[in-house]
Design a protein. Structure first.
Length: 338
């Protein structure tokens, strides 16, 4: 034992042993991938066919319970209402949260977890669908579930082979496989996903240009023949004072842009610019973006081109909005100072 302990204290031996644990878990994942059969497809189809208002109630005890919480959170994040039910609390009143249309997803490596087994009679009585993720369909949980996703007999990684390691890794992977298959089968869109992730980096990464662009009376559009003095008045009176105007031709298509930068250059080089058409003093062929692009793409363009405004156009190249650098700053997509 002392020799083993001294070896594990050695940096190289610790790394090698850690690698062996990871390899054991990889082998277990490969095993369960091979075991995946029609029961997995049945589980997917059962969830997809649940009546409106149904929820997926995920439960597990101990370490499997923590995995169940993660699976439940993932399902909710992709539009399948779900909550975690602690099996020990369930038999002390929390089963009242369960409705007849809800589906139970129960996790137990052995399939004999007493706290879960005690839930089965009530779930059966209510006629709820029961899907189990467990080692074998011959276990108590397996025998009384409608669908069993089998993991096979798994040896826990580590010197004692007792702490849940391999089994929880496999359960987590199966939960991810189930969730992502549901996403693919249901045709879950990026826009739907964004709706469930409005906060933090994930929410920001999924926001579209259309989500943050200025439109209507917050977006100044002027005809190219309009006198610059009048155009400046319109820019000043525009809600939010974007400091820019889209310049369009007679068809309404964008042909230029006038910004604070153009104004500074005119003040320095052209004393008579106020009486000239705005189209003759603005920048021609402005940089544009479409509304369905990701807002982060707009941020990248603004940073790379070193501009403060970006015109949003439709399929006919007509301006429908504007993104100001301040809009990106307020959403945390650009840091101050760029």
């Amino acid at each position: 034992m002392d020799t083993e302990a001294s070896q594990i204290r050695n940096g190289e031996s610790a790394i090698e042993y850690g690698q062996s644990i990871i390899r054991e878990e990889i082998a277990a994942l490969s095993q369960v991938a091979q075991l995946l059969d029609q029961s997995f497809a049945d589980a997917v189809n059962t969830i997809l066919s649940l009546p409106p208002g149904s929820r997926i109630v995920v439960s597990g005890m101990g370490k499997a319970g923590f995995v169940a919480q993660k699976i439940s959170a993932t399902l909710s994040s992709i539009g399948f209402p779900s909550f975690f039910l602690h099996p020990a609390e369930a038999v002390h009143g929390d089963l009242g949260r369960f409705t007849k249309n809800d589906l139970a997803l129960l996790l137990s490596n052995s399939g004999e977890t007493s706290e879960l087994v005690r839930l089965l009679p009530t779930l059966k009585e209510r006629g709820s669908h029961i899907i189990a993720i467990t080692s074998a369909n011959t276990s108590t949980l397996g025998k009384h579930s409608d669908i069993v996703i089998q993991t096979g007999i798994l040896l826990e990684a580590g010197p004692l082979g007792l702490a849940p390691t391999t089994s929880t890794t496999v359960m987590m992977a199966l939960g991810d496989a189930l969730a992502m298959t549901l996403v693919k089968k249901r045709g879950f869109t990026r826009e739907e996903f964004a709706a469930f992730h409005p906060g933090g980096d994930l929410g920001r990464s999924l926001m579209l240009v259309s989500d943050i662009m200025r439109t209507g009376d917050s977006c100044c559009v002027v005809h190219e023949t309009l006198e610059t003095k009048q155009a400046l008045r319109m820019i000043t009176e525009t809600k939010g004072r974007p400091g820019a105007a889209s310049i369009v031709d007679s068809s309404g298509a964008i042909v230029g842009v006038f910004t604070d930068g153009n104004l500074r250059r005119c003040l320095e080089n052209d004393s008579g610019f106020l009486q000239k058409p705005i189209g003759s003093v603005g920048s021609r062929a402005p940089i544009t973006i479409t509304a369905e692009r990701l807002a982060y793409e707009a941020a990248r363009v603004i940073q790379e081109r070193k501009i403060d405004q970006l015109i949003v156009v439709d399929a006919e190249n007509k301006p429908i909005g504007l993104i100001d650098i301040q809009d990106l700053l307020s959403h945390g997509m650009i840091r101050p100072g760029r």
